[in-house]
Design a protein around this ligand. Structure first.
Ligand SMILES: [Zn+2]
Length: 64
């Protein structure tokens, strides 16, 4: 699962809506979602706050 869900940190946090918890706060991470058939293709990405990124990180770790 790890190669299909890639969590990357922004060099500078962006103040905007977290796409997981819908709260407007400092968004520090982006979750890239790859195509299930090929990890070379990107389906899209979600901007995540620190809390959601930590949660997603755990899910990826457990699932992968
Ligand atoms: Zn969030």
């Amino acid at each position: 699962m790890k190669e299909y869900l890639n969590l990357v940190g922004y060099a500078q946090p962006i103040y905007r809506k977290c796409e997981l918890c819908s709260r407007v706060k400092d968004v520090s991470y982006r979750l890239d979602v790859k195509n299930a058939e090929s990890s070379n293709m990107l389906v899209g990405s979600l901007d995540l706050c620190k809390v959601c990124a930590a949660n997603m990180g755990e899910i990826i770790r457990i699932g992968g």
